[in-house]
Design a protein around this ligand. Structure first.
Ligand code: EPZ
Length: 432
């Protein structure tokens, strides 16, 4: 096993390009199960989650070729298998996103129940309710979802849950409905840019989805979809993480392919914390129109305390919560973070405290009393964004920080240490 070692205290300076979005890539790759012919997907990041999904898609009769330009050519060769097995699904919850396309195209799906993870229990009841609304028969037994629905029928589907909309639930119902008979209206659809990207991809392949990026999404079923060439949107969470790395080290960085049009909530809070951010002229937050350019992030390292509440898009992403917790641990005063998407997503708090932070977590709230500096030690990563928060903290901490259980970071950030090194960080991998 590998660990990440960071010698903290070096401000990040320079330019870095943001990769394609993991959380757009995964459902779009799964959506290729719905298509006839070959699709070429560009901008797919090199991540272990992507590799896991490739294995599942291979199991499901799909041929995936990596081209010299890094793009993936995906072709369905056989539609016989409908089983996504436990051994693969257990390593990545997003595997649930093959449920909708299998059902929509093959009329049947047998998908292992993904199970919980360190960010919470993560039920799939809304996914099941959604496909049932389209006429599928679903049985949950022996750790699997068995779903059948020879010809799904469009209907009104309400997808709200205790914490708002569901991202992958919305993706699954979109994918189950695109080839269904008639019109489906998803009420309380997730509006996340990655859901929009899936809908845009499917439309380019021949689907008829309207009101993309709105709460009531409309899908008119079509007879078939064809393979296309498509470029994935930039990863707003990777961009936000690098912005925070720049801010916490008192750096000056430029992000290319920045997706700031989807980062309004993050940029707003970083500015409130005293970070100087300049975004491209075309503005932010325009539903359906992904525009990326260059944005700059500049900080003198003096961070003001702020309050943050995570919410579904366009609110503050829960996937940025851990990184903000790290940043605010060195603010000049007390900050409060309220987690309204995954209320138990605070495993990073104890580890940040080991680095000298002063954070108290009660239920879904973290109270962060800023300290003058963090100091390096050995810490343990518990999930992807927790790992990112520990790296961000380590960049600012005095001395050396070692992060164990590093495999989490490779699930969602492509060679993060190389990119931080190019910005002047002292960070490297070692064998444990
Ligand atoms: C997606 O997970 C992302 N994963 C997560 O990214 C992200 O944290 C999350 O959306 C929220 O933005 C991918 O896109 C691959 P949800 P998803 O269903 O879709 C509850 C990362 O670090 N819920 O929107 O699984 C659920 O428990 C990650 O990249 C139900 O109650 O999340 C949560 O409280 C991890 N029943 C809330 O809804 C359901 O059937 C939102 O979860 C489904 C969800």
């Amino acid at each position: 096993m590998e660990k990440m070692v960071i010698e903290g205290g070096y401000p990040l300076n320079g330019k870095v390009r943001v990769n394609g979005a993991k959380n757009a890539a995964l459902p779009i790759m799964a959506a290729c199960l719905l298509l006839n012919g070959t699709s070429k997907l560009k901008g797919i990041p090199e991540l272990t989650d992507v590799a896991t999904l490739c294995k599942i898609l291979n199991e499901l009769g799909t041929d995936i070729k990596k081209c010299s330009d890094g793009s993936l050519d995906i072709t369905v060769k056989s539609e016989k298998n409908i089983i996504a097995p436990y051994d693969l699904v257990r390593t990545m919850r997003a595997s649930i996103c093959v449920l909708g396309p299998l059902l929509g195209k093959r009329g049947m799906a047998q998908v292992s129940i993904p199970g919980g993870c360190s960010i919470g229990s993560r039920p799939i009841d809304i996914h099941i309710k959604g496909v049932e609304s389209l006429g599928a028969k679903v049985e949950v037994r022996d750790g699997y979802i068995f779903a059948t629905g020879e010809k799904l029928k469009g209907s009104d589907v309400y997808l709200g849950g205790p914490y708002g909309s569901t991202v992958l639930g919305t993706c699954n119902i979109i994918m189950a409905a695109v080839l269904a008979e008639g019109r489906t209206i998803i009420e309380n659809a997730a509006c996340e840019p990655e859901v929009q990207d899936l809908a845009n991809f499917l439309n380019k392949a021949g689907a008829n989805i309207t009101a993309i990026g709105e709460n009531n999404l409309v899908i008119d079923g079509v007879d078939k979809l064809n393979g296309i060439e498509y470029e994935i949107i930039p990863d707003r969470i990777e961009a936000g993480t690098i912005m925070i790395a720049g801010a916490i080290t008192g750096g000056n960085i430029t992000l290319e392919n920045d997706a700031s049009c989807y980062l309004a909530s993050v940029i707003d809070k970083l500015r409130e914390a005293g970070v100087d951010i300049k975004v491209p002229d075309f503005g932010m937050n325009i539903p359906g129109s992904v525009k990326s350019g260059e944005c700059t992030v500049k900080s003198d390292g003096n961070i003001k305390p702020i309050s943050i509440t995570t919410l579904p898009y366009p609110g503050m992403p829960t996937d940025m919560q851990a990184q903000f917790t790290a940043l605010l641990s060195i603010a000049n005063g007390t900050s409060i973070i309220t987690e309204r998407v995954f209320p138990h997503r605070f495993m990073h708090v104890a580890e940040l405290n080991r680095l000298g932070a002063n954070i108290r977590n009660d239920d879904a709230i973290a109270i962060i009393k800023g300290v003058s500096s963090l100091s390096g030690t050995t810490v343990m990563a518990s999930d992807l964004r927790a790992s990112a928060s520990l790296i961000v903290a380590g960049l600012a901490a005095k001395g050396v920080t070692e992060i164990r259980r590093l495999y989490h970071i490779d699930r969602g950030y492509e060679r993060l240490e190389d990119r931080l090194t190019s910005l002047g960080a002292k960070i490297w991998r070692e064998k444990e």
